[in-house]
Write a protein that binds this ligand. Structure first.
Ligand code: SAM
Length: 214
């Protein structure tokens, strides 16, 4: 039997990812393996593989496929990496990160979203994810340091707690920083007590809410 939305997913890979410069084979493989239509509300399924953000419950969004792939590629995740993700949302980005990493620690402030993301990821058999409901701007100190940190909500500034929880041994964080309407995706690298920052791409995310966030 043909896989549901298989043709749409292939088109997403070719037209929205490869054609726009996403090259990393493991990132493309992960994007090819995750059934994005399962992570969007039922009414939005016909648009699941279009290159656009779609609405979730609680006025949140699932990011467009190109941005998910771009952020994942920029994060340069290796199989030994422990990754902190802030903003679980639908769980789609989590599902893309999980096969690339050793473990993903994901935090979401809205319990209802966290619950349904967790249920779906467990149903899909994604084993290496730990879940927490709370303010991700404070990180997850019990499991720090992290090799990689990915923030999928827009922050006014890089939260200090996340900088501190980045591994001093080449830790890398990708985070949208800016005002409420427009942010820049920034890559922050840590070497010992030094952090360097590189701008990557203009973007627009829902706000990172709470202490150290908005
Ligand atoms: N990556 C998600 C996906 O694939 O569906 C989309 C994330 S959505 C753009 C941003 C998410 O960040 C929302 O679910 C929102 O509730 C969450 N969020 C905002 N501020 C947060 C905070 N301080 N801590 C944890 N989650 C937060």
């Amino acid at each position: 039997m043909r896989e549901p939305y298989g043709r749409e997913r292939t088109r997403m890979l070719e037209e929205h990812l490869r054609a726009r410069g996403i090259r990393h084979p493991r990132v493309l493989e992960a994007m090819a393996s995750v059934p994005r239509h399962r992570f969007v509300p039922a009414g939005a399924r016909p648009h699941a593989y279009a290159d656009r953000a779609l609405p979730l419950r609680h006025r949140q969004t699932i990011s467009q496929p190109y941005i998910v792939a771009f952020m994942t590629e920029a994060l340069d995740v290796g199989p030994s990496h422990r990754v902190l993700e802030v903003g679980t949302g639908s769980g789609y980005q989590t599902a893309v990160l999980a096969p690339l990493a050793k473990e993903v620690y994901t935090i979401e402030r809205i319990g209802d979203l966290q619950r349904s993301a967790r249920e779906l990821l467990e149903e899909l058999g994604v084993p290496n994810v730990r879940y927490r409901v709370g303010n991700g701007a404070l990180g997850w100190p019990e499991h720090a340091p992290f090799d990689r940190i990915l923030v999928t909500a827009g922050a006014p500034a890089v939260p200090d707690a996340l900088k501190r929880q980045l591994s001093p041994d080449g830790g890398l964080m990708v985070i949208p920083v800016g005002d409420a309407d427009l942010q820049e995706l920034v890559a922050i690298t840590r070497a010992g007590a030094a952090w360097t920052s590189e701008p990557l791409l203009g973007c627009r995310f829902v706000p990172l809410v709470g202490a150290e966030g908005r």
